[in-house]
Design a protein around this ligand. Structure first.
Ligand code: SAH
Length: 311
């Protein structure tokens, strides 16, 4: 779907549909051993805090799969794809601990204490969180509470939406011609407001590429803060919703038009918002559209005028 007005074309890629699921249709046969490795055992009384990646089950780590197959109890978040839970040990108890902005949710402290209780009851506990457990996922708090209660833990990192989700949209989070740093930002603070502790001027001056998590609710003040801090209104922005899932959609726009275009696009969270010139790389790297048969839109979107590898 292309939405545009006369002067300012914007581009919204349609949901990925079955493109993203290609290759996931092969049933897992039982037994389906993991490749040989010294796989750790999830012992009774332990909690493994594990990232489930941004959505596509294929982005799970093998450590996570190993954990799913051993856990007695799995406590999972809203952003964990249900197809991943299908890979769990059949007898495992599944407990939903979803926390989505604005919706009723289990309290963070209650979740942590529930983990402690289950571990103390001798269960093999898997705490499964969207993306990476230590990236805006409160994994650090849960892990600290567990350690404070004497519960042994293992941490299993996951692919964070701000990296893997952008990759699925064809946006490299760093690119030699664009940025030497990238800043991950949360659009919410603990009170649910735009983070007051953020120094938007420093962020704007200091990093060519910004990756904003949980930014949809407060996108207007965030965009305004960046423009006030001197970021150009023509700077490219991408909004990637439901990244890596069959419902992934991508809005390409500019910082100046972001709020209006987002409103018109009717896209809804979860979304990763990327601000910076690396968004332009999508014009040549939108591999999902290429799988679907589209030609690359622009072979040299950064205007190098010479082969990509040359200095
Ligand atoms: N620990 C997670 C982030 C948790 S905060 C990680 O590392 O990815 C929740 C936010 O993550 C969402 O509001 C959204 O900004 C982002 N997010 C998580 N999964 C996403 C997905 N599949 N598509 C787009 N954004 C996602």
């Amino acid at each position: 779907m292309i939405l545009s007005d006369a002067n300012h074309p914007i581009y919204v890629a349609p949901p990925l549909g079955n493109i993203v699921t290609l290759g996931h249709n092969t049933p897992m046969t039982e037994p389906n051993p993991l490749p040989s490795n010294n796989w750790p055992a999830l012992e009774p009384g332990w909690v493994w805090l594990c990232g489930a990646g941004p959505g596509d089950p294929g982005l799970l780590t093998l450590h996570a799969l190993n954990a799913l197959r051993q856990a007695d109890v799995i406590i999972y978040d809203a952003l964990v794809d249900s197809r991943i839970l299908d890979w769990a040990n059949k007898d495992a108890k599944r407990i939903y601990a979803g926390k989505r902005g604005g919706k009723p949710s289990a309290k963070q402290r209650d979740i942590s204490l529930q983990l402690v209780d289950m571990a103390k009851a001798g269960k093999r506990v898997l705490r499964l969180k969207g993306g990476d457990p230590f990236v805006f996922g409160r994994g650090g708090e849960e892990a600290q509470t567990l350690v404070q209660h004497g519960v042994p833990i293992r941490i299993i990192p996951g692919i964070s939406a701000g990296i893997g989700g952008l990759a699925y949209a064809g946006i490299p989070v760093t690119h030699r011609d664009v940025n030497q740093s990238v800043t991950f930002i949360t659009g919410h603070d603990q009170s649910g407001e735009t983070p007051s502790a953020l120094n938007w001027q420093a962020i704007s001056d200091g990093s060519q590429v910004l990756v904003i998590y949980m930014g949809m609710k407060h996108i207007a003040p965030i965009a305004e803060a960046l423009l006030n801090a001197g970021r150009a209104s023509h700077e490219p922005v991408a909004v990637v919703t439901q990244a890596t899932t069959p419902d992934q959609q991508v809005l390409e726009t500019t910082l100046g038009r972001l709020v209006t275009d987002l409103e018109n696009s009717k896209l809804s969270p979860p979304a990763i918002i990327c601000v910076g010139r690396s968004v332009k790389m999508r014009q040549v790297l939108d591999w999902q559209s290429m799988i679907a048969g589209a030609a690359p839109r622009n072979l040299d979107p950064l205007g190098r005028g010479r082969p990509a590898e040359t200095p």
